[in-house]
Design a protein around this ligand. Structure first.
Ligand code: NAD
Length: 316
């Protein structure tokens, strides 16, 4: 299929571009911040999705069959840094992408987050479940993104994936970044490793995450009526490997040969989800299953973190 990927230069975008191309799809990437690299040649269009005119022009030039919309202001921490920007990118940007996709008869596949469910405590989040108010603007703005994508749903159809805890190579450790990458960096550089007491996560290797996105695009349910929007939603993450974060930190220490004495258990701040559980039965129904063990994935991330360091700062 001819696929336009927005946010193609980001963490998921680069892995997804490679995954789609390896499976014979034609991919054109767009991002506000080029240049970016993937494995091999890349057709790329520069553009800011918060400009409706620019988005429509890109869509008219590319004329994709499917738009996989990843571009966003991502993350709980960065989402609060500039709230107007978060809402503009995640809600207004998505509205522009949906309207522009409709004009060229493309299907819209919106990539959302499990943060939209809000804090369900021990309850398992299933697509179509009642939601709670998210703890942060990022989650809320991604929910607005889902809603505006449904409001302007292209006649060619709509799909949605709610990602949970993807991790992998290609993200530098740092403030607001994936906890696994940070914990590995802290362990490798002998820094203290603060871990929230009681925190538990099910991490999903990014290769498995993008394979799921491809399968949903190829075989998933497509809806053309907002009343049935929930039918087109897929949770993407792991439901079979929940790990206390302290165990992840111990594993990081083991992989780098550091003492687990570096780990400090601290209380989680208010308004932060301690436990996240989601069902992936629907995704598994498409033939998906995870392939990479946490320990193997962490080894790959460690090698990457060792090579690229944190914000240009390398491990001696
Ligand atoms: N990484 C995660 O942990 C995670 C978890 C759940 C959901 N998601 C979702 O997956 C998607 C991709 O996330 P990611 O981790 O690759 O994030 P990322 O920050 O690495 O990539 C986002 C990309 O969007 C681009 N972008 C931002 N604003 C733009 C604009 N106005 N116009 C054009 N491009 C713009 C950025 O330049 C960046 O390359 C997001 O929609 C996010 O909500 C990610």
């Amino acid at each position: 299929m001819k696929v336009l990927v927005t946010g193609a230069g980001g963490f998921i975008g680069r892995h997804l571009t490679n995954e789609l191309r390896e499976h014979g799809h034609s991919v054109i990437g767009t991002d506000a911040e080029p240049p970016y690299t993937v494995d091999g040649p890349m057709l790329e269009v520069h553009g800011d999705m918060t400009s409706e005119l620019r988005m429509r022009a890109i869509m008219q030039t590319v004329k994709p069959e499917v738009v996989i919309h990843l571009a966003a202001q991502v993350g709980r921490v960065f989402g609060e840094d500039d709230r107007l920007n978060t809402v503009t990118r995640n809600a207004v940007g998505t509205m522009n992408v949906a309207v522009a996709a409709t004009e060229v008869g493309a299907r819209l596949f919106y990539v959302s987050t499990s943060e939209v469910y809000g804090d369900l405590g021990e309850r398992v989040a299933t697509e179509g479940d009642a939601m709670r108010l998210p703890h942060n603007l990022y989650g809320l703005s991604k929910r607005w993104g889902e809603e505006v994508a449904q409001l302007y749903m292209p006649t060619a159809g709509y799909q949605c994936a709610r990602l949970s805890m993807p991790y992998g190579t290609g993200v530098a450790p740092g403030r607001g970044r994936a906890a696994i990458n940070n914990v590995l960096w802290q362990a490798a550089t002998g820094q203290r490793i603060p871990i929230h007491r009681g925190a538990e996560r099910s991490w999903c290797w990014v290769g498995d995450t993008v394979a799921a996105l491809r399968l949903i695009m190829e075989r998933g349910i497509i809806v053309r009526n907002a009343t049935h929007a929930d039918a087109a939603v897929y949770n993407v993450g792991r439901d079979d490997d929940a790990r206390p974060m302290v165990e992840v930190a111990e594993l990081a220490c083991k992989l780098v040969g550091a003492s687990p004495g570096l780990i400090d258990l601290v209380d989680a701040p208010n308004a932060q989800t301690v436990v996240k559980r989601l069902s992936t039965d629907k995704l598994r129904g498409l033939g998906w299953s995870p392939t990479v063990d946490l320990e193997d994935g962490m080894r790959s991330v460690l090698a990457w973190v060792r090579k690229y360091g944190r914000d240009g700062q390398r491990i001696a």
